[in-house]
Each structure stands twice: as C-alpha cells, then as structure tokens.
Design a protein around this ligand. Sequence first.
Ligand SMILES: C[S@@+](CC[C@H](N)C(=O)[O-])C[C@H]1O[C@@H](n2cnc3c(N)ncnc32)[C@H](O)[C@@H]1O
Length: 215
Amino acid sequence: MKDHYKFIGHFYDLLSNLYSGKSIKHCKVAMLDHLKPGDRVLFAGAGHGMDAVYAAQRGADVTVVDLSETMLNKFQQNLEKSGVNVTIRRVHCDILHVIEFEHYDMVVANFFLNVFEHEMMVKVLAHLIKLGKPKARIVVGDFSFPSGNLLSRLFKTLYWYLAVGFFWLFANNAFHNIYNYPETMRQLGLDVTEKKHFRLLLLNCYWSIMGQKAT
Ligand SMILES: C[S@@+](CC[C@H](N)C(=O)[O-])C[C@H]1O[C@@H](n2cnc3c(N)ncnc32)[C@H](O)[C@@H]1O
C-alpha cells in the first residue's frame, strides 16, 4: 500500500502546531475527558497520535489505526520519547478493513475525514459508527463549517483552502470545501450531543463534535 505521508508524515504535528497555534492540539483532546478507565477507544487515521496517548493515560484501552507506516513509526517514536508508560494497540491498515463491529465505546476521527472526497467521507463515517457499541460516542475533530459574518466566513474558507491545497499537493488528499460534519452525523443517525470550538485570531476555526449512537 502506498504511503502518502512518507514525506510530510515526519513533520505533520509540527506543521499543525505552526498552522493553528496549538488550537488543533486542544481540539483533538476536547472530548476525551468523557472516557472512563477501561473504555475501548479507536483512533482512526491516528497520525502522530498524542491524543491517543492522552486517552491511554486516562486508563482507556486504546487502538490506533493508520494506513501510513511513516505516521505509525512517528507515533511509536513520540510515545517512547514521552516516557509515558502505556500500552496502545497499533494497526497498520485501511480503516475500512477494521471489522470489529460494535466493539468500541468511543471512536475518534481527528482531522481524518477531511482526507476523503464527500461520498467516501460519508462511507467512512458510517463505517466508524458501525465499529461503536450501542450508545457509543463518535467524535469528529476538524476545521469548523464557516459561520459568522461575511469576512469571518471568507477568512475561514481561505484558511481551509490553504491547508487542503497543501495536503492535496503533498499527501494526495481530496480537494474539497469544508464539510458540515454535524449535519452528516445526524443524517447517519447520531444524536449530536456536544460541540466545542477552538479559536485562531478570535475566530472559531476548529471544532470537536460528539455524536452518540442510539443502539
Ligand atoms: C490529516 S492526517 C490526521 C492525523 C491525526 N488524526 C491528527 O489529527 O493529527 C490523516 C491520517 O489519516 C491516515 N489515513 C488516510 N486514509 C486512511 C485510511 N483509509 N485508513 C486509515 N488511515 C488513513 C493518514 O495516513 C494520516 O495519518
């Protein structure tokens, strides 16, 4: 399988901190305080996975899945460097090949669904929902759907296109407009229970959204 993050995978977290002034970092752990010790949580497209380490430190039983070997190696290096003593299961595969249905208490998709074009994004999100147990929480952290006045919507849209253009060029991600995740989550049957916003230059550029499965 081709590793689209072979080059930028090495600097991914550094770039994201530079681009967002750490708002992305805060966004990625925003809903993890809901976890209880022993909860099973899956991080889809985990990347460097410091959010997954945070969940493991809270006593969760953590699995990370990523298609990129570079990203998973960086994840392991960061974990070793951090000196945190936790066990995390690493799975190197396409998320659609994970078939542990109704297994997880929480499934986290941080800055993951935006790599796909719309139809595929909906398919992947539906798959993530199937991996959750009845009543599981599904968390999506990403660029927020532009709202506010014209100037603020324009800034958020340009800010997004700068990022998506870069990742389209260097990681072969899909090139598309900002997705309205709460809308898609509701369409797929989730009850959207919580949203938290994260700011850059006083604008809500990122959000973490939590949805809950009914059954
Ligand atoms: C934009 S990065 C986000 C990484 C991380 N979640 C974060 O917030 O920093 C997207 C990640 O998804 C992974 N990925 C892309 N397509 C995938 C797939 N079909 N299955 C599993 N992982 C995938 C990439 O390798 C990459 O690590």
